[in-house]
Design a protein around this ligand. Structure first.
Ligand code: SAM
Length: 393
């Protein structure tokens, strides 16, 4: 493909991504993967260039752009190589018309920029939300040790005790060490969140919103496969990904429970007041993970955010019912908005006097409210709020 044809293809893909974001449909990476699958004429260099262009254009626009072309024009304002490719050639984009408008730049839609600023995420903190995420691994201590594991590429240690960092884009899934379950792909922030659980061998631990089980696997390793680890979620697809991952990781103490939305407690009733620890890795706006999903900024609106904060409150209250006297509740969110993090947790403590916040000391992070905040700018991780509370005996 010519460079101009790559730009035109990226514009068309951006149109599809914008439409999908407005309809809350497939995410950008799925739209790209499908296009690459259906258009085999695009070689690996084309695919890499198109992916770069699409994501750079998404990052360059704050509010949702009207069209893919206006998004690409916005990118052209910051990258001088792009405007000359609007050359009107056969497969290239039409020439730029005089006065043709580019999409608006910025970090996010304005209402969200205001909310982030209200949570002290502005300036370089806000800019870093749209940076490029590195690739982090967690060494699975059920099968290997960080100190002795040898891997095909150079890695550096992260703040997490079993964390390794390597160049983004490395195809770790092709390594024998990955297939053998010695390493898992997991952001250092997620690893630190699991550390805050302090899961011990022999305990009863519940990962209430386990999703595909990224954190469950870290908890199984911390428990050395001893004790009861319950992974629950309302999403059948996500939860079903856990079994093959657990098998590869050699994690043998996990029980999955698929919950019914609004009737979550029914399937957990036998655990009422029984758990040593319950982690709520709550569904959230994901403002801390925009480095990986920059178009997620365009999917969120104030109504959606209000629904999420209400659900988070319900899930913390549900978790509290499962914690035994003397046990602990760990609240985690990959959002940097206080209403989903420090504020949400403070409200929980306010309405539930049996719980008191515990100081958590993690190898990285700064105090925020009753918990710890991690940000891409300061800690180089995804953005997280992590807090722990103990139930009185
Ligand atoms: C932040 S994600 C969890 C990520 C996961 N813990 C991991 O480390 O990969 C939040 C999860 O909450 C789940 N969820 C949403 N509503 C829920 C509910 N009512 N009860 C339990 N889980 C819910 C979502 O399906 C999603 O998997």
């Amino acid at each position: 493909m010519t460079p101009a044809a790559r730009v035109q293809t990226s514009i068309e893909l951006l149109d599809a991504i914008i439409a999908s974001a407005m309809a809350k449909g497939a995410p950008a990476d799925r739209i790209l993967a499908e296009w690459f699958r259906n258009n085999r004429f695009a070689g690996s260099k084309d695919r890499r260039a198109i992916r770069e262009l699409v994501y750079a254009a998404i990052r360059a626009c704050g509010p949702i752009p009207r069209t893919g072309r206006s998004a690409m024009l916005r990118l052209a304002q910051t990258d001088a190589n792009i405007a000359p490719l609007f050359d009107g050639s056969n497969y290239g984009p039409a020439q730029i018309e005089h006065g043709e408008e580019a999409a608006e730049g910025g970090i996010a839609p304005r209402w969200l920029v205001r909310k982030l600023a209200g949570s002290d995420i502005e300036g370089p903190e806000a800019d870093a939300l749209l940076g490029r995420a590195p690739l982090d691994l967690r060494v699975n201590t059920l099968k290997a040790e960080r100190a002795t594991l040898s891997l095909p590429v150079e890695t550096s240690h992260t703040h997490a005790p079993h964390g390794l960092r390597l160049e983004a884009g490395t195809q770790v899934e092709q390594w024998a060490e990955w297939r053998e379950g010695k390493v898992e792909v997991q952001d250092t922030g997620s690893q630190l969140a699991c550390l805050a659980v302090r899961a011990q061998p022999g305990e009863t631990v519940i990962d209430l919103c386990a999703g595909g089980g990224g954190k469950t696997l870290a908890l199984a390793a911390a428990m050395d496969n001893l004790g009861q680890l319950i992974a629950s979620d309302t999403d059948r697809n996500r939860l079903s990904r856990l079994a093959p991952r657990a098998e590869r990781a050699g994690a043998t103490n996990i029980e999955t429970r698929l919950l019914d939305p609004k009737r979550e407690f029914e399937l957990l009733a036998d655990l009422e007041g029984q758990a040593d620890a319950v982690m709520v890795d709550a569904p959230c706006s994901g403002t801390g993970t925009w480095r990986r999903n920059p178009e997620a900024r365009w999917r969120l609106d104030e109504g959606e955010l209000a629904k999420l904060t209400a659900l988070q409150a319900e899930l913390i209250d549900l978790a509290a019912r499962l914690v035994k006297p003397g046990g602990r509740l760990i609240y985690v969110t990959c959002s940097l908005l206080d209403e989903e993090g420090a504020g949400q947790f403070a409200s929980f403590l306010g309405r539930n006097k049996a719980f008191s916040a515990q100081d958590i000391s993690l190898p990285a992070g700064r105090k925020r409210g009753n918990g710890i905040r991690l940000t891409p700018y300061h800690e180089g991780t995804d953005g997280f709020f992590i807090a722990r509370a103990a139930r009185s005996c």
